[in-house]
Design a protein around this ligand. Sequence first.
Ligand code: ZN
Length: 238
Amino acid sequence: MNPGALVLFSGGQDSTACLAWALDRYARVETVGFDYGQRHVVELQARLAVRARVAREFPQWAVRLGPDHLLDITAFGALADTAMTTERAIEVTDKGLPSTFVPGRNLVFLTYAAALADRRDLKVLVGGMCETDFSGYPDCRRATIDAMEAALNLGMEQTFRIETPLMSLTKAQTWALAKTLGGDPLVAITVEESHTCYLGTRGTRREWGYGCGACPACELRRRGYEAWTRDGQPVLTP
Ligand code: ZN
């Protein structure tokens, strides 16, 4: 039987591609998001906007798209206390990690997601972790994800699979994947509805979407889009 999937869905570019990837493959797809005290409700709004537009423009996916779950993990956010959750400046720390790094964030996300997937009888967890263009986050590495998968399956007596379709893709290739999966309409949804900017600014509509245009997340998104466009906006076989 085709297993159901739970997508870790933040409403950003990467998780939008992951959502489409899962809807293309699995008959039942649900989404989970985490409110860990983000500075900006704009991210949480983007999640709903992306989901709504995907359902509206892709009827073949709408029938597969199940409920969204928003989990409150603000206690973790308070503990982590970094630039993501307080007004500290975004900078590089002495460990060489950006101050936006929340220690173990993906481990916490995956643990919550797995507990939810158990309750919802979903066997596949899909996350947008990526070790190619990644910002130096150790919990984005596939080795970390493999260890986590083993720990969750042992600790929950489960047979979860954690899929990370973006793991080896560049940001340009993530745009190409969106084009493959949903053509221009999915690219348009990604540009117009998904939110990546660390500062939570919608700002001006640029070619690659909304955002402050200056933070590391906007920078990565812009460069990926420009590289993809420079290559003639290719598609990518997933
Ligand atoms: Zn920004």
